[in-house]
Write a protein that binds this ligand. Structure first.
Ligand SMILES: Cc1ncc(COP(=O)(O)O)c(C=O)c1O
Length: 355
């Protein structure tokens, strides 16, 4: 960092993403909640066709993708805001709603980008502890704040709150309520059908997970047209490039491939959870494309992550917020589950015996 960086940000400022494999040699990447399968085969040709038009700026509101998303969710195009990933949607929410000194209320544990955005915008980061069962504490809706952010299913725990329960708690909450549904396609239901009743709610989605497009960078928000107009007022001029727009439309049209990705995750999530439990691990019930899991007593989670890395398997170990006893492991395909379980069952013995 240079001496010119805003002092309020501090020395170690920045979001820490999951490690990228340092070389091309046989890594199993289970640390960033990416898809176990590649995207629809229709995506690459659509991207190549769009590339022919790269001399021209794309649509500022990401048409025709915006209309395709509106059709998918049964809303008007004016109720859809598209950006360069859900992360940029969250950034735009802070830009639109949080002035320096305002409070933004969120849960802990929760998405680790949110405190980073709070610091960036000089906003008070009101982190409220989730109950051990993953439910929202009773005072969450009443805490003063210009915006509340709920991640559902939550990351990194995988807990899910049923939409009617969420509505029971947040239906009268003041300020903007942003519900980050990045992992919602792996859960039984969404808050999107509740949007018409709550003009201060935004639901945030991404194509990074269940559409296998993390590398294309497409996320969006759904909500009342007035909120969407706010987000459009503060966004970059052209947040989604032509190739991303075309690739995302192609992915949305391939419903069968989307189903295949979701089904693979649900099947492997159940299998991995059962097998880890049978090895003595604690696995939180997950409604996302990852499990949050702790090794048996006496086994150090950080040590497990390090030893898996030696075997070229990357999993996520968080050190902040009291999460250091657990690992967040992305669900892979069947061979990935097998490779991980084989590595873990070998590790268990060596870690317990200290070799
Ligand atoms: C809760 C949550 N929201 C948003 C994102 C980011 O989504 P995107 O890749 O669309 O920026 C992630 C990524 O892992 C996430 O965990």
């Amino acid at each position: 960092m240079s001496r010119f960086l805003r002092a309020s940000l501090g020395e170690d400022f920045g979001y820490t993403p999951g490690e990228q494999p340092p070389d091309a040699g046989g890594w199993l990447k289970l640390n960033s909640n990416e898809s176990p399968l590649p995207p629809s085969p229709a995506v690459a040709p659509a991207v190549a066709r769009a590339a022919v038009e790269l001399a021209r700026y794309p649509s500022p509101v990401a048409e025709p993708l915006r209309s395709a998303l509106a059709r998918l969710h049964g809303v008007d195009p004016e109720q859809v805001f598209v950006a360069n990933g859900a992360d940029q949607v969250l950034d735009c929410c802070f830009r639109a709603y949080a002035s320096p000194g305002d409070s933004v209320v969120r849960t802990e544990p929760g998405y680790s980008l949110l405190p980073v955005l709070a610091a960036l915008f000089s906003v008070r980061d009101e982190a409220v502890a989730l109950a051990p069962d993953g439910s929202l504490p009773a005072d969450f809706p009443r805490r003063p704040g210009v915006m509340r952010v709920v991640v559902n299913p939550n990351s990194p725990t995988g807990h899910w709150i049923e939409p009617p329960a969420l509505e029971g708690q947040l239906g009268d909450a003041g300020g903007v309520v942003a519900i980050d549904e990045a992992y919602c396609d792996f859960a039984p239901a969404s808050c999107v059908p509740l949007l018409h009743a709550h003009s201060n709610w935004l639901v945030i989605r991404t194509l990074s997970k269940s559409h296998a497009l993390a590398g294309l960078r497409v996320g969006y928000a759904l909500g009342d047209g007035s909120l969407i107009a706010d987000l459009n007022a503060v966004r970059d001029s052209y947040p989604v490039d032509r190739c991303a727009i075309a690739g995302a439309v192609a992915a949305l049209e391939d419903r069968e491939h989307h189903r295949l990705i979701v089904d693979t995750v649900l099947r492997e999530r159940a299998r991995l959870s059962d097998r880890l439990r049978s090895l003595g691990w604690t696995v939180a019930p997950s409604h996302a494309n990852f499990v949050f899991t702790s090794p048996p007593p006496g086994v150090d989670a950080a040590d497990v992550a390090t030893r898996l890395r030696v075997q070229r398997i990357l999993v996520r170990h968080f050190t902040a917020g009291g999460l250091d006893g657990a690992l967040r492991i992305t669900i892979g395909d069947a061979p990935a589950t097998e490779r991980l379980l084989t590595a873990i069952s070998r590790l268990d013995g060596s870690i317990l015996s200290g070799t």
